[in-house]
Design a protein around this ligand. Sequence first.
Ligand code: ADP
Ligand code: MG
Length: 339
Amino acid sequence: MNNVIKLLPDHVANQIAAGEVVQRPASVVKELLENSIDAGASQITLVIEDAGKSLIQVIDNGCGIPEQDVRLAFERHATSKISTAEDLFKIRTMGFRGEALASIAAVSQVDCISKTKDDQVATHLSLEAGKVVHQTHIAANQGTILSVKNLFYNIPARRNFLKSAQVEQKHIYEEFIKIALAHPDKRLKLINNDTEVFHLLPGNLKQRIHSLFGQKTADNLLAINEETSFVQLGGYVTTPTVAKKIRGEQYFFINKRYVRNTYLHHAIMTAYEGLIGPELFPSYFIFIEIDPSEIDVNIHPTKTEVKFRDERTVYHLLKSAAKRALGISAVGHVLDFEQ
Ligand code: ADP
Ligand code: MG
């Protein structure tokens, strides 16, 4: 009798894994930008065409991939960022699963040009549906240019599932903005269909918020500042006067990684109780720095959820820090009023 159970060929396994990591063009943008951050780049340019459906390109001046590793970078579970299971609790990098490039390459046509400071010339690797079709040398600066063309070209069903260009583009901008907020010290550009949409200069968080969200938001930031032996809270909430009718700009970053967290969101909302109407939403940009051993970032394939060892303590600290920031603002307003 034939065996019923078979090991799936790599290209099928990669396509299955890709379904988790690469849901839409914005997922590719997130993974590529995170790789550039991990590579220590100080300048990153994102180029998209056709809402990322025909092209997503990320150009960085990071460390580059050594020639002998370029092919390996596109294998599943190939990573330079961790090597042991213990490392999972010391994570300081955005990536560590070694899945993104393999997953992206499985569902698109990829060109990777990369040069380290030690390599004389850059390596140029082309892949289609995860298979290497070409490898050569090319002249280029130090860093990496990763071009992802025709996403889901080999899975028409997935390609048809993509939303309108407007919706996909909005998701891409959101990913760019999250990285831009987390790294105000980096020069970042976004070029969409040959038009420069953002050119963000290195600066501090307040300047970055100004460039992304405008003067009014930047003028109404209230600093958060709280530190204990195991966690440090920073960033800004906004004055109640600029609360919005639509869910505003609300961002949590844990060790510079954007995360969703409804529990911590609740802590902030509680601090605003009585200050804004129930139909309004405050904007906030909260940065939580915590020892990596206090959190688990490996609970979600896209890592947008993080588990804390002691979430209650962080909740209460955040609530009191936000209240304090808002309290100071209330005094400020009273003074303004009296003048
Ligand atoms: P991970 O980020 O989880 O390690 P990826 O599949 O995203 O996995 O990337 C695989 C490896 O390729 C990385 O560990 C890194 O060594 C290398 N790499 C990817 N992108 C870049 C880049 N822009 N610059 C330098 N190295 C990169
Ligand atoms: Mg990665």
